[in-house]
Design a protein around this ligand. Structure first.
Ligand SMILES: Nc1nc2c(ncn2[C@@H]2O[C@H](COP(=O)(O)OP(=O)(O)O)[C@@H](O)[C@H]2O)c(=O)[nH]1
Ligand SMILES: [Mg+2]
Length: 601
């Protein structure tokens, strides 16, 4: 665990920036420290329905924190993290867009809130449930996220899970040994490796399926064929539970969990840790470099005053370069602004394309059936397709926003001649939210309506029965019963016409509802991605502007220090040179500690 070590280093560096009166650099280190204070490493546990995800989380923390059901599905994400005292909270978005609202509940009540039975389709509008539990596995910041994954990864839940990949540090893909990977599972894995640095595959229920070794081989083959670099770890939660109960070491080994836990500790946590170290070291090194610039400039001027004029000129050039970096016409700024504008247009266009296809296919479905009879299936289909489209669009925009951030960072580093952390920190954004489609007024015609239409259609025919015979056309007279039959035939045709008209009306109602819904989704999801991109733009702009200002401040301080040096007397010069050398040594020592932090693990 590097965090205490890293925090200590940042504290020493903060003392230096305070002593050298650089509040800008102190503020920068303040942000580094904030980042270290929240070491959450999110592991998303995903997979199809009933594969043993919740049970896996429980087996990892050896406590029944996630409700496991034989026939009731999970509808809400459960987040399991470290806490000194066990606690369970339901987290809900507050109305005012502010901080989420938290309600403490007993662990025994959790199932009722996160299952389809107690909270169908998450009607209660929970964002997630949060379980805090004291566990050494979690103490390092590991956060396990149990996802619903109901009804296939190509479903609405699956789409939400795909979008959640953007904020995950690692993904554990859970699939039972009952069968090899399905296509949706492979599709999901492909998206996962694109969005997330760490993906592991867990094969569950090995106790239940004796053929698990063959399935594991098949799965490894699928992974290799799809170029998905991920370990496959076979486990059995059932064996693990027995092992825990009987405290049997050999059974525990057999359960496969030690391998999974080792993976989480050594790959996931260690990697996050390494990233923390490197980013912290980088921040401290950058701060040291800025302090050194000023000290070194003054030292050079003190040691050789005859070179001071040339030095000042050179520093002023660097200062002007830093000013240009802050300017809106700097290359990085132009690339950022144009890039985001292009991305907004591209994402909008991409989403429109996907939604247009859904509208077209949806209209074909409506034309092939009576929407009143198939409405529930139809609206479920629309919801799923729309969610998949929204999440695909979200994945695409997130990926491209990351590329843009990298490009902007490179340009900034090039023009500013500074090193940057390898990770450009992106704001974590929520997945787009998609509402369900409203049902239009399309009740299927009841018997009453039909009878009415039949009566209306049969009216004339019926009347004839009561007409004086003389007035009845000859044909009818010749066959009075035919007249009755005629009324029925006539009525039946009119019933059919009326029915056709009603069906057409229902179809156009359904198509109208579909189009209105798709327009709304285009608007909402379009707005969400636009907001996400604008936030990215603002974050990057602020980040690099502050950096440019720091460089500028360093250059200004250097110019002042160099100019001051020229005016000093011989005696002042001697002491000052000694002081500066000592200070430079101190800063160099700090740099050394930062390099050690980055290098060690
Ligand atoms: N025998 C056996 N059953 C398991 C194992 N893991 C999960 N199950 C059972 O599989 C069912 C579904 O598990 P659950 O964790 O709720 O699946 P989820 O829908 O993916 O969260 C439950 O009845 C579990 O008890 C396992 O390793 N072995
Ligand atoms: Mg579950």
């Amino acid at each position: 665990m590097s965090v205490p070590e890293a925090i200590q280093l940042v504290e020493v560096a903060t003392k230096a920036t305070t002593a050298y009166q650089r509040p800008d650099l102190t503020a920068r280190l303040g942000r580094t420290k904030e980042r270290l204070a929240d070491p959450a490493v999110r592991v998303l546990v995903v997979g199809e329905f009933k594969q043993g995800k919740s049970q896996l989380v429980n087996s990892l923390v050896s406590a029944p924190v996630c409700p496991v059901d034989d026939d009731i599905a999970t509808s809400v994400v459960t987040v399991v993290r470290h806490a000194d005292n066990p606690s369970v909270a339901l987290v809900r978005d507050s109305d005012g867009n502010g901080t989420p609202e938290r309600t403490q509940v007993a662990l025994s009540e959790l199932a009722a809130h996160v299952s389809e039975a107690g909270n169908p389709g998450n009607r209660a509008g929970l964002r997630h449930a949060e379980v805090g539990i004291p566990r050494s596995l979690l103490a390092g910041g590991l956060v396990l996220v149990d996802t619903p994954g109901v009804g296939g990864l190509g479903s609405a839940h699956g789409a939400a899970t795909t979008a959640a990949l953007a904020g995950a540090d690692a993904v554990v893909m859970v699939s039972a040994a009952a069968q090899e990977y399905t296509r949706p599972e492979m599709d999901f894995l492909r998206a996962a490796v694109r969005m997330c640095p760490n993906v592991a595959c867990v094969l569950t229920k090995t106790d239940l399926y004796p053929q698990w070794r063959r399935i594991a081989e098949l799965d490894r083959g699928h992974l290799a064929a799809a170029d998905v670099a991920a370990d496959l770890i076979p486990v059995s939660s059932a064996v693990r539970q027995v092992a825990l109960r009987t405290k049997s070491k050999s059974l525990n080994e057999e359960s496969g969990f030690p391998v999974l836990i080792r993976y989480l500790r050594e790959e996931v946590l260690a990697r996050a840790d390494q990233l923390d170290r490197r980013n912290t070291a980088n921040d401290v090194l950058e701060v040291c470099a800025q302090l050194t610039t000023t000290l070194q400039a003054e030292l050079t001027a003190q040691e050789s005053p005859e070179r001071a004029a040339a030095l000042v000129a050179e520093l002023e050039r660097a200062q002007a370069a830093a000013t240009r970096l802050k300017d809106r016409t700097a290359r990085w700024q132009i690339t950022l602004n144009d890039g985001v504008a292009d991305l907004v247009a591209d994402v909008e266009h991409d989403l429109r394309d996907r939604l247009r296809r859904i509208t077209r296919e949806g209209e074909e479905l409506v034309d092939a059936a009576d929407p009143a009879l198939v409405w529930d299936q139809f609206s479920a289909w629309v919801h799923r397709e729309v969610c998949v489209a929204a999440s695909a669009s979200f994945v695409r925009s997130t990926e491209r926003a990351r590329d843009l951030a990298r490009r902007v960072a490179e340009l900034f580093a090039e023009d500013g001649a500074i090193a940057l952390p390898e990770l450009v920190e992106m704001p974590r954004s929520d997945a787009p939210r998609v509402s369900t489609m409203n049902r239009p007024e399309i009740a299927p015609q009841g018997l009453g309506d039909r009878a009415l239409a039949a009566l209306r259609g049969g009216y004339m025919g019926g009347l004839m029965l009561f007409m004086p015979l003389s007035l009845i056309p000859a044909v009818a007279v010749a066959a009075p019963f035919a007249a009755l039959g005629g009324a029925l035939v006539l009525g039946r045709r009119q019933v059919r016409d009326e029915r056709d008209r009603a069906l057409q009306r229902r179809r156009s109602e359904a198509k109208g509802a579909l189009r209105r819904h798709v327009d709304e989704v285009q608007f909402q999801v379009g707005k969400d991605s636009r907001d996400m991109l604008r936030t990215t733009q603002r974050t990057l702009r602020d980040h690099f502007t502050v950096l440019a200002e720091q460089v500028h401040t360093s250059m200004t301080a250097s110019v002042v220090a160099a100019q001051r040096a020229v005016r000093s007397s011989e005696a002042e010069r001697k002491t000052r040179i000694g002081d500066l050398k000592a200070e430079l040594e101190r800063v160099e020592h700090l740099s050394g500690r930062a390099r050690a932090l980055a290098g060690s693990s």
